[in-house]
Ligand binder design. Structure first.
Ligand code: SIN
Length: 292
C-alpha cells in the first residue's frame, strides 16, 4: 500500500488490488481535490489501469468536471455538456429507456474501437445498483502482451485488426483498423489491442488464420489471472484506461434497477505501435502480480 501525505485534504491512499490490475484510491470528496492530488491520482491510474473511488456523491456537473481532469470529454457536440454525459441503465420511465445497455451481459471489449480514435478513458459513477449481478470485470492487456512468447510478439508487431461496425455487408468497411499491439502514449509500454471479439479480422492474414490466431489471443487475454472483478456499491466511481484493458459486464435481473453515469475522455492520438516496440520493457503492474 502506498501512502502519500497532502496538507490541504489529508492523506491520499492508493491501495492496489491483489490482482493484475486495479486500485482503490482514498482521497475524500473528488470535487475537493487539488492539482497535486490529481497528479497522484493520474499516476496511480497509469500504474494500475483502473481506479475505484468509494462513497462519492457527485452531481452531473461534478462528475463531468472530474472526467475533464483526465482530458477533453468525448461528445457529439463539443460545446454541449449534456452530450458528454450518458446514462447506463435498464430503467424505463413511461415506457421510455432512460439510458443505454439494458440488463444483459456485455461481453469483453474496449470502448468504441471501430472509431479512428477510441477514447483514452471511461468513467462510471454508480447511482443505483441491483442487489446481485451487474459486476464489471477488467483484464490487463499489458500483461496479456508481455506473457506471449517472443516469436509471436514479432509476428503480432506487423499485424493490424479491422474493427467492422458490423459484418453485415451493407455496413462492412465502415470501421477503423488499429495495430494488434499498441504502444501506450503515456506509459510507453505495449498492450494487446483486441477491441471486440466480434466483427474483427486481421487484415494481413487469410480469414481462417485470422480466426485461429484471434481465438488463441482472446483465450489468453481473458484468463482469470489477468482479471479484476468489481462488485458495485452506490457511490462508486470507477475510471479505466481504455487503451490497455478489456472490460465486461455481467447480466442482472431485468426487474432490478441499475443506473450509472458515464463519460469518456478523448485520446490524444489514434492507437499506434512504436518502431522499437519489441525492445520496450513490460508494464510492471500485471507482471508483478503473477510473479514475473
Ligand atoms: C460498459 O461496458 O461500458 C458498461 C459497463 C457496466 O455497465 O458496468
Amino acid at each position: 500500500m502506498t501512502q502519500f501525505s497532502h496538507e490541504s485534504i489529508g492523506p491520499i491512499e492508493i491501495i492496489p488490488a491483489a490482482t493484475a490490475l486495479g486500485a482503490e484510491v482514498r482521497c475524500g470528496r473528488l470535487q475537493s481535490i487539488d492539482d497535486t492530488i490529481f497528479d497522484e491520482i493520474r499516476q496511480a491510474w497509469l500504474d494500475n489501469l483502473v481506479l475505484l473511488f468509494r462513497d462519492q456523491a457527485l452531481s452531473d456537473t461534478h462528475f463531468l468536471e472530474f472526467g475533464r481532469r483526465f482530458g477533453s470529454l468525448k461528445s457529439a457536440a463539443a460545446t454541449d455538456s449534456s452530450r458528454q454525459l450518458h446514462v447506463v441503465s435498464n430503467v424505463s420511465v413511461d415506457g421510455l429507456p432512460i439510458g443505454i445497455q439494458g440488463h444483459g451481459e456485455i461481453v469483453w471489449h474496449s470502448d468504441m474501437v471501430s472509431f479512428f480514435k477510441p477514447p483514452a478513458a471511461s468513467l462510471l459513477h454508480a447511482i443505483e445498483i441491483p442487489p446481485s449481478g451487474g459486476d464489471t470485470s477488467f483484464s490487463n492487456m499489458y500483461v496479456a502482451y508481455d506473457t506471449l512468447p517472443r516469436p509471436l510478439k514479432r509476428k503480432l508487431a506487423g499485424l493490424t485488426l479491422k474493427h467492422e461496425v458490423s459484418l453485415n455487408s451493407a455496413e462492412s468497411g465502415t470501421g477503423a483498423s488499429h495495430p494488434l499491439v499498441c504502444t501506450h502514449l503515456e506509459t510507453g509500454c505495449n498492450a494487446l489491442f483486441l477491441g471486440s471479439r466480434f466483427n474483427t479480422c486481421i487484415n494481413e492474414l487469410p480469414r481462417h488464420e485470422s480466426d485461429i490466431l484471434l481465438e488463441f489471443l482472446w483465450l489468453h487475454a481473458t484468463q482469470p489471472e489477468f482479471v479484476w472483478r468489481h462488485r458495485w456499491r452506490v457511490g462508486d466511481l470507477v475510471v479505466w484506461d481504455n487503451r490497455c484493458l478489456l472490460h465486461r459486464r455481467e447480466s442482472f435481473a431485468a426487474n432490478e434497477r441499475r443506473i450509472l453515469l458515464r463519460t469518456q475522455v478523448e485520446a490524444g492520438a489514434p492507437p499506434r505501435i512504436a518502431a522499437d516496440a519489441l525492445e520496450r520493457p513490460g508494464h510492471q503492474r500485471g507482471l508483478a502480480s503473477i510473479g514475473r
